[in-house]
Design a protein around this ligand. Structure first.
Ligand code: FES
Length: 105
């Protein structure tokens, strides 16, 4: 059996892509395997940990339970994209350090 392929147009971290994907492709797999954006991690298989969180049109979503075809025509921002935005603003994401501590110190 030959798997169906659908075309998806999507913007990721400010770059536009038009790629063919199997219709059951999860957004996390698309980001990690097709775009090599490995900053988005899979931490569980129950959609509960949030390690896979990305922004889609500015809203945080879990990319492990969203099909890439559901994001067609939308703007996705990964952790790599946030680092780019921050460096363009003159901040280094590595020099910023934590803003708050869980210990309150
Ligand atoms: S990988 Fe855990 S919520 Fe997505």
């Amino acid at each position: 059996m030959i798997a169906a392929i659908d075309a998806v147009a999507i913007a990721v971290n400010g770059r536009s892509f038009a790629l063919d994907v199997p219709p059951n492709t999860l957004l996390i797999d698309f980001l990690r395997e097709q775009l090599q954006l490995t900053g988005t991690h899979q931490g569980c298989d129950t959609a509960q940990c949030g390690a896979c969180t990305v922004l889609v049109d500015g809203l945080a979503i879990k990319s492990c339970n969203r099909l890439v075809l559901q994001c067609a025509g939308q703007k996705v921002t990964t952790i790599e994209g946030l680092a780019i935005l921050r460096s363009q603003a003159g901040d280094s994401p590595l020099s910023a350090g934590p803003q708050t501590s869980v210990l309150g110190r």
